[in-house]
Design a protein around this ligand. Structure first.
Ligand SMILES: NC(=O)c1ccc[n+]([C@@H]2O[C@H](COP(=O)([O-])OP(=O)(O)OC[C@H]3O[C@@H](n4cnc5c(N)ncnc54)[C@H](OP(=O)(O)O)[C@@H]3O)[C@@H](O)[C@H]2O)c1
Length: 307
């Protein structure tokens, strides 16, 4: 058989085109490997002194509680935020029992209520890490237009406006420090619609763009030492999300460790958990319509199980 002759310019053009087309995927794969195999967390950089505090919202349960446990074990004093003093005191007892010698303070505030200024509550604390974790919603059983406006306002307050205002209130004092860190716990619900969850999904999307703006503002306008990261989150097994554990469903403790490992990985938005990262990557390879239908049917079957 005669060899097929390809002009040199055509071979070169094909190689260039293939490289260009594959470049985004290659970059994503290299970043994934760097993140999970080589990267070392930059969290210790934010432990400025033995007086450094991490403020964690929604810390009376779930991911927030696990984050608080990890942070206190890594040398931070902690401020636990929640709406129930009893639940917070329970976590406080658990953390005290670890015997780290670090201080645990409590801040009771219903994130679903309209924002009220924090006043001088944190003025005297060297808060170097703010974790905006509070969030979630009860799944509504009726369509958006039939949902109680008070319920919707609570969802928007909890998932969007509370972290928005709290970050704004703390920024001036964070900027006075050589380094500070603001983390946002996001949700894939902010990227893809879920049945009857327009309030929750759009609040999480708001949070994502807010985090992006804060990251850009601090680097390019304020030139401050405040770093901002948005931690994109898939399914995590917690008390309010009783998913079956699996390669893409970590426990709250596993997720919290991954979240703190991702600190300083070099992107403002990242999937801290490897299983969520793989799932996120796979979602970009198939049609958005297919992903939407899959998420929709997954949520509907969850609802059927609940009923
Ligand atoms: N779990 C998942 O699959 C998943 C997936 C994507 C994103 N996320 C995000 O991860 C974050 C944590 O979720 P999670 O699953 O850990 O939730 P969770 O298990 O329900 O825990 C949420 C914690 O926040 C507190 N909280 C809820 N509403 C509050 C309010 N209005 N004011 C003050 N505290 C309030 C709860 O306090 P009480 O105990 O006192 O009620 C609870 O301790 C949320 O932002 C959520 O959107 C979770």
């Amino acid at each position: 058989m005669l060899p097929v002759l390809i002009p040199q310019w055509l071979a070169l053009a094909s190689l260039l085109t293939t490289t260009l087309l594959l470049y985004p995927s290659i970059r994503t794969i290299l970043f994934f490997l760097h993140h999970h195999l080589l990267h070392r967390s930059a969290l210790p950089r934010y432990l400025l002194s033995s007086n450094s505090y991490a403020l964690i919202t929604g810390a009376s349960g779930g991911i927030g509680r696990s984050l608080a446990k990890e942070l206190i074990e890594r040398g931070f004093n902690v401020v636990l935020h929640g709406r129930s003093l009893k639940n917070l005191q329970e976590v406080q007892r658990e953390l005290d029992a670890l015997g780290t010698g670090r201080e645990v303070r409590l801040w009771v505030r219903d994130a679903a209520a309209p924002w009220e200024p924090v006043g001088d509550a944190f003025d005297k604390l060297e808060i170097t890490v703010l974790v905006n974790c509070v969030g979630g919603t009860e799944p509504p059983t009726v369509l958006f237009d039939q949902q109680d406006p008070a319920y919707l306002a609570g969802v928007v307050n909890t998932n969007a406006l509370f972290p928005f205002h709290l970050t704004g209130a703390l920024l001036p004092q964070l900027r006075l420090l050589p380094r500070a860190l603001v983390l946002f716990i996001g949700s894939k619900a902010g990227e893809f619609p879920a049945p009857r969850l327009a309030g929750y999904c759009s609040s999480k999307a708001f949070l994502e763009l807010f985090a992006r703006c804060m990251d850009a503002d601090e680097r390019l306008s304020a030139h401050s030492g405040v770093s901002v990261q948005f931690l994109q989150t898939g399914r995590v097994r917690t008390k309010s999300h009783l998913f079956e554990k699996g390669w893409d469903v970590p426990s709250a403790d596993e997720y919290a460790r991954a979240a703190l490992h991702a600190v300083g990985v070099g992107r403002w938005k990242v999937h801290p958990y490897w299983g969520h990262g793989l799932m996120g990557g796979a979602m970009t390879l198939v049609s958005a319509g297919f992903v939407e239908r899959k998420i929709w049917s997954m949520n509907m079957s969850l609802e059927e199980k609940r009923e």
